[in-house]
Write a protein that binds this ligand. Structure first.
Ligand SMILES: *[C@@H]1O[C@H](CO)[C@@H](O)[C@H](O)[C@H]1NC(C)=O
Ligand SMILES: *[C@@H]1O[C@H](CO)[C@@H](O)[C@H](O)[C@H]1NC(C)=O
Ligand SMILES: *[C@@H]1O[C@H](CO)[C@@H](O)[C@H](O)[C@H]1NC(C)=O
Ligand SMILES: *[C@@H]1O[C@H](CO)[C@@H](O)[C@H](O)[C@H]1NC(C)=O
Length: 353
């Protein structure tokens, strides 16, 4: 009998430890383009709690509390069964992504560990499962976050974009989509963590490698004419072909979209509040740009731009989000109080005193 009991105990132990092993899997493991979705599936989460959460990490080597964002598992309707799935569009941050599932309980809510809106940040004491890595098939060399701006000459247009390395890149452009006969080299620059003036931007929690920021000028454009362009290089890959209408100095009208305070939307909760309202703002501007057809227009975003507030990847999310309009019409910004108010901010013209 004693022997039997011991056997039973062993069996029980074995069964419960087998059950306790939560797993998380992802599909697909390679995303073709920035903005494509990955499906994250988990199972085997015992006695699920509505505070269990999924951490989103990029790069995958980030420490547990350096997630870029998180979702509570109860975002999936089947979470009470201990398994579920969440589909998440991912912006290419020039690093792979990975996902971790944590148990978090009411008693572990730490009133001193809060986000910028005084909501508790999730606890990372109990890791239940960790996924494999998701990568972007286009790699880290593909140009992303393409946006246009006027430049000093009236017949030029500047294009800016981001890539994961500093190798040479170009813009090629022309009036016919099949023949982008003109080309100009792009200048690449980057910034480092030491260049950031305060936390969290200059700390490991807010900082991510920004890649290289390239800009090139398309010259000798004919006013009011539609141009096609793409950026990149033969060795690192080219962007898709975009188009814009060149500035027409003889036109009697100026069409401008002017707004401030937009912010950006992220498909996860992060350290700061993000702005889902920006999704409709951009949707309506895009609809109006499409309705304008072949008339040139411009955007003037008069400050309070991304509300990234020192979390660098939120800028990536912002530039990815505006790309559908900023790759078609020049997108200009001014600084608002969120860009200006920082005490060590060096630009202090007399008239602003
Ligand atoms: C990626 O592209 C390949 C080839 O075009 C296609 O078969 C696959 O379905 C795409 N994957 C996703 C997630 O869109
Ligand atoms: C998930 O749980 C949290 C914490 O209890 C709760 O605030 C939230 O409303 C829940 N979400 C859903 C979709 O049930
Ligand atoms: C990114 O993930 C892919 C696929 O999971 C892997 O082959 C590749 O080595 C990873 N890249 C880095 C830089 O770790
Ligand atoms: C971040 O910037 C602040 C203000 O300049 C400085 O006091 C702090 O030491 C910096 N932190 C790091 C990690 O460099």
């Amino acid at each position: 009998m004693v022997v039997n009991l011991a056997f039973l105990l062993l069996l029980l132990l074995f069964v419960s430890s087998a059950n306790a092993k939560a797993t998380v899997s992802i599909s697909p493991k390679t995303l073709n383009r920035s903005g494509d979705s990955v499906v994250i599936k988990w199972s085997g989460v015992e006695s699920p709690s509505d505070l269990d959460w999924l951490g989103i990490y990029s790069p995958p080597t980030s420490p547990h509390d350096h997630f870029i964002g998180y979702k509570l598992l109860n975002a999936s309707s089947t979470w009470r069964s201990g398994s579920g799935s969440i589909s998440l569009p991912l912006t290419n941050l020039r690093s792979n992504y990975s996902f971790r599932i944590f148990r978090w309980t009411q008693s572990e809510i730490d009133p001193k560990h809060l986000d910028h809106d005084q909501n508790p940040l999730p606890g990372t004491k109990h890791l239940l499962a960790e996924s494999e890595e998701v990568s972007f098939g286009s790699g880290v060399g593909k140009p992303e976050q393409i946006h246009l701006a006027f430049e000093d000459g009236v017949n030029g247009m500047r294009v800016t974009f981001v890539a994961g390395d500093g190798e040479e890149r170009f813009v090629r452009y022309g009036e016919r989509k099949e023949r982008l006969g003109n080309s100009a080299p792009a200048r690449g620059v980057r910034y480092e963590r030491e260049h950031m003036c305060n936390a969290p931007a200059n700390t490991t929690i807010g900082w991510r490698d920004p890649g290289w920021i390239f800009d090139a000028v398309m010259k000798n454009l004919n006013g009011g004419v539609k141009y096609y362009y793409q950026v990149g290089s033969d060795s690192k890959g080219w962007s898709e072909i975009h188009s814009f209408i060149a500035r027409d100095v003889y036109s009697e009208e100026t069409i401008a979209f002017m707004f401030g305070d937009m912010g950006c939307a992220t498909p996860y909760t992060t350290f700061i509040r993000t702005q889902d309202e920006s999704i409709s703002t951009l949707k309506w501007i895009l609809r109006d740009i499409e309705a304008l057809g072949d008339k040139p227009a411009l955007v003037s975003h008069i400050g309070d731009i991304s509300y990234a507030r020192g979390y660098s990847w939120v800028w990536d999310e912002f530039f990815a989000q505006i790309e559908p309009i900023a790759s078609r019409v020049p997108y200009h910004v001014c600084i608002g109080n969120h860009e200006y108010d920082f005490p060590a901010q060096p630009w202090k013209p007399d008239w602003a005193a």
